[in-house]
Design a protein around this ligand. Sequence first.
Ligand SMILES: [Zn+2]
Ligand SMILES: [Zn+2]
Length: 108
Amino acid sequence: MMAELVAQRCHVHLNREAAARCPECRQFYCRECVTEHDDVVICTACLKSQTEISEEKKLQIRGLFRFVSGVMGFVFCWVIFIWVGQMLLAAPSEFHDADLWQRGFFDH
Ligand SMILES: [Zn+2]
Ligand SMILES: [Zn+2]
């Protein structure tokens, strides 16, 4: 492993010996070209792209959250609408049943 590293040269600085291997792009880099990020030694290019991805994900999550809260608000309004509608429908049908019962009663 160490011998392999010594034999390798930095992907950016070809005259320098590699100090670490980036787990993302599988390239060898010198100490200057790698950064420790979340306990992982990663090259600057991959770190940059990972940061960009996480920023993109954050935006996606924010968009998703906005969408879900919008849907939840819509569903909430819809449930209230159905509930109120059923209340309004239930009330006259009760009167209607009472009316029928009374008419039946008076027929006898
Ligand atoms: Zn890399
Ligand atoms: Zn380098």
